[in-house]
Design a protein around this ligand. Sequence first.
Ligand SMILES: Nc1ncnc2c1ncn2[C@@H]1O[C@H](COP(=O)(O)OP(=O)(O)O)[C@@H](O)[C@H]1O
Ligand SMILES: [Mg+2]
Length: 245
Amino acid sequence: MTDTLLSVAGIGKRYGGLHAVRNLSFDLQRGEILGLLGPNGAGKTTAFNMIAGFVAPDQGRIVLNGRDITGQRPWEVCAAGLARTFQLSKPFGGMSARENLVVGALVKSRDRKQSEALADELLDFLGMSALRDIDADNLTAFERRKIELGRALSTGPSLLLMDEVVAGATPQEAMVMVDLIRKVRTRGVTVLIIEHVMKVIMGLSDRVIVMHLGELIADGVPAEVVAQPNVLKAYFGEDYVEAGA
Ligand SMILES: Nc1ncnc2c1ncn2[C@@H]1O[C@H](COP(=O)(O)OP(=O)(O)O)[C@@H](O)[C@H]1O
Ligand SMILES: [Mg+2]
């Protein structure tokens, strides 16, 4: 039996003459880790922005938890159970790591004590308890990225959208992040992750979808999808596929 958490049906977005996303449709099952792949400029971030309410689609429909969220504002989409991280992480500076998480938790609970308890639990989850009082501005780029993940989780989402989580990370940091995302699923959170780095997404995703020039070009099991000629062509160009054939 399938249990659809997110349904994206024919969404599109144009910027002037450019179709950033064209007629994109896919479903996400509860408990799934779905990878969204595609070369730079494919339309991945624009697709995310539409799902998260940062950009209104020109057409199509987005349903989360049985609720039509098409064209809703980010805070409404957050209240419906979606949280996201950004390609460029931006925790609140001038606030400690812990305060960043407390603020997120307060969105849902309104109870200071409860929010602090959740923040502490999340710091532990992220392996950052020792850094709880450090100002977010003074954390390393990777620590800020983890705090951003924690902040997203602090809102108690059913769906987490992550955009290029290992951008700029060292290989070791990337492995830590991959482990964390696996653990996120065990918290009952479904994950949709954009990743430009194929290797990261291959070991993590149950299923991947691939975008190219605004359109969906593949949807399936990672190992099969990355062997598809149209996917190889999108990533490496025509010559690569012909030479390899
Ligand atoms: N706000 C915008 N205004 C104009 N063009 C945009 C805007 N956002 C994205 N684009 C264009 O849409 C296309 C898809 O961009 P994006 O969704 O960021 O791709 P990806 O995340 O896959 O790299 C690109 O050609 C990009 O330049
Ligand atoms: Mg992007």
